[in-house]
Each structure stands twice: as C-alpha cells, then as structure tokens.
Design a protein around this ligand. Structure first.
Ligand code: ADP
Ligand code: NA
Length: 350
C-alpha cells in the first residue's frame, strides 16, 4: 500500500507572473488530479529561503499573504493538498542544521545555482557594488535547507525545473550519506530517496526581449503578465509583444523565440505541450498573421485567468480565511515532519 509523497516549494514573492504559473504552479494544480488519491501532496511557501536575499519586512509579510492567496486562487485545493508556510514549521530548520553538519563544503561550492544567485544579488543592487556583506552564509547553504524541506516529509517525488536538478542530486546524496551512517543491520534505509518530476513546460520568455526568460525582476513591467493585470493590460502587452519579421506562424524556439513563446503560452492553456503539438497548433494559423495569433493568446490568458484573478482579489481581502487555511496546513505539515525529526534525532543520539 505504498503511496507517493509529492513535495514542492515556492518563494513568497507575491503575485505570480505567467512564467511562475505555467512553469510551476499549474503543475502543482494538475498533480491534484493526475496523482492517485492516496498520494500526499505538500506545497510550501518557503519563507526561510526568502531571507537569503535582502527583504523589507512589511513587503515580505504582504508577499506571504499574496502568495498564499494566489496559489489558492489558481487552483490549489487545501482539502487535497497540504498548503503551508515553511517558516511556520521549525522542523525544517532542525533538520537543516543536522544535514549542514554532514555536508562537505566542496559539494556546496560546486552548485552552479550559487553563481546564478550572485547574479540575482548583483541585479538587485545595480546601483551599488556587491560586497561581501551581501553574500551571506544562508545564500551559500540554502540547497541544504532545500534538502531538509524535502526529506522532512519522506518525500518520494519533487516537481522541479531543470535548473533545480543539481539540488535534488545534493538532497539524494545527503539522504544516502545519512542512511549509510545510521543503517541498523538489515533495516530498510531511513530516508526515502526522492525522484524528480521534471516540469513539462518550457521557459516562458519576456514579451519585450524573447531571448530572456520572463522574470519579476525585469524593470520593464510590459515584459510580463501577472495575475492582477486587467484584460485591457493583458491585451495591450500581448499586442506589443516582440516577435520577428519572418512571415507566417511556425514553432521554432531556436530561431523564432518570440512567436514560439506565444505558441507555448496558447498551447499551455490548452494542455498542448510537445513540440509536435505546438507545431500543429502553429499550422492552424496558415494564411493568418501574427495579429490573429496574438488575439488568441490574449483571449486564452484573459479567459484562463478570469476566475483566478477575481478569486485572488476576493481572497486577498479575506485574511481570516487565509490564516485559517494556512494554520490547518501548518498543523498537517508539522505532524508529518515532527515524526521524521523525532526519529532522526533518536538515530543520531540527541
Ligand atoms: P522569477 O524568476 O520571476 O524571480 P522565481 O525564481 O521566484 O521567479 O520562480 C518561481 C517558480 O516559477 C520556479 O519554479 C521557477 O522555475 C518558475 N519560473 C520562474 N520564471 C519562469 C519562466 N519564465 N518560465 C517558466 N517557469 C518560470
Ligand atoms: Na528567479
């Protein structure tokens, strides 16, 4: 009677953009219907991770609420999934410290995300020079906290993007190291080794510069669409999306990133994902122009997000409801992770 435990986390960065939705959140939502009812789904808003970059307290508090409201509005069902704030469950930190004390420094130095985080810090501080004080120890060791997030629930599956595979590998290494050190005779290994569920959606690109990914950190607001954008704003941004001067609509991500990005978005809302499906979607536009495609893309986003957007506006004002749902999630998450931590502490002699 084995069941899967699926765990994933998202930063409390507030209202999501289309890339966050199609690249991460939509997959969480879909798993609620594609998984077996016995499987446990655990989705966390990872406040402890947010501290690795400089945060304004009032903004962070607000972003935690808006992230929770967004996830619920976009279809996370708190009856089916455990939705909680990671920073409200201290087991994550306890396990993180235990794993930290087993992590070879060299392994962390090899994480390539460390380098991309440096770029994020630099971009957030374009005015000032990046000095050592911005490069805190948490930023360096957060993959260990991520491993703790996952292992605290004896997770079997982690939905991740390709860029996170390296971290999942570290998580598995640490689990194996722990298992080897604390193997008791013929007993089965203590930690489950989690597997990746690779995110099926390709990167969503910036509408201003389709050589870049859509990102909340871009200073140009018309490079992205967010959950709170009105239908008028959505139509305006899509109409002015940068494409190319080749005529006709073809799916060719390498040579025609702008057009292909529009097809990817339209396809995602229709659950078409493979390049074959997207090429055949492109062929529906034979004899039509970019303007037709853009109109359909805008319609898909406006229609697809109509209900979630009004749900978000409603939930955002219903703080009591959010607090109740997140408290229920916290209790469920804590009861699972506490069990793991009690066993871990006993195994290591604490
Ligand atoms: P941002 O890059 O805007 O700061 P985050 O790094 O907070 O977004 O990402 C949150 C989640 O959304 C991650 O799972 C990430 O892989 C996904 N994501 C972010 N941007 C995109 C994008 N442009 N296309 C697809 N997925 C994305
Ligand atoms: Na990012």
């Amino acid at each position: 009677n084995s069941h899967a435990v699926i765990f994933s986390g998202i930063q409390p960065t507030g209202v999501p953009h289309l890339g966050n939705y199609l690249g991460a959140i939509k997959n969480w939502v879909d798993l609620q219907y594609t998984s077996s009812p016995k499987d446990v789904l655990i989705y966390s808003i990872v406040g402890w991770h947010a501290l690795t970059l400089p945060q304004d307290p009032a903004q962070l508090r607000n972003a935690k609420l808006e992230t929770a409201a967004s996830l619920l509005a976009l279809g996370i069902d708190p009856k089916r999934s455990i939705l909680f704030h990671q920073d409200e469950v201290s087991e994550h930190l306890s396990l993180s410290w235990i794993l930290t004390c087993m992590t070879p420094m060299g392994k962390l130095k090899r994480m390539t995300t460390w380098k991309s985080k440096l770029v994020t810090v630099r971009n957030a501080n374009v005015e000032s020079e990046v000095d050592d004080s911005m490069l805190n120890l948490g930023l360096f060791s957060y993959p260990v906290l991520q491993a703790a997030d996952i292992l605290a629930y004896q997770t079997t599956h982690v939905p991740v993007g390709e860029d996170q595979l390296q971290h999942l590998e570290l998580c598995r290494d640490l689990a194996e190291l722990f298992n080897k050190r604390h193997q008791k005779n013929q007993q089965k290994p203590f930690f489950t080794l989690p597997q990746a569920i690779l995110t099926p959606c390709p990167r969503i690109l910036s509408f201003r510069d389709p050589t870049q990914k859509m990102s909340k950190s871009s200073p140009n607001a018309s490079s992205r669409i967010t959950l709170v954008d009105s239908p008028e704003v959505i139509r305006k941004i899509i109409r002015s999306a940068v494409t190319d001067s080749t005529s006709g609509i073809t799916y060719d991500p390498l040579n025609r990133p702008g057009i292909s990005n529009l097809l990817t978005i339209l396809g995602s809302f229709r659950s078409l994902r493979s390049s074959e499906e997207l090429s055949s979607l492109a062929s529906e536009y034979t004899g039509k122009g970019t303007a037709n495609l853009k109109e359909d893309v805008a319609d898909a986003i406006v229609e697809g997000w109509r209900r979630p957007r009004s749900e978000f506006e409603r939930l955002r004002e219903d703080k009591d409801y959010l607090v109740t749902v997140l408290e229920e999630g916290r209790q469920r998450a804590e009861s699972i992770s506490r069990k793991t931590l009690n066993q871990v502490k006993s195994l290591i002699g604490l």
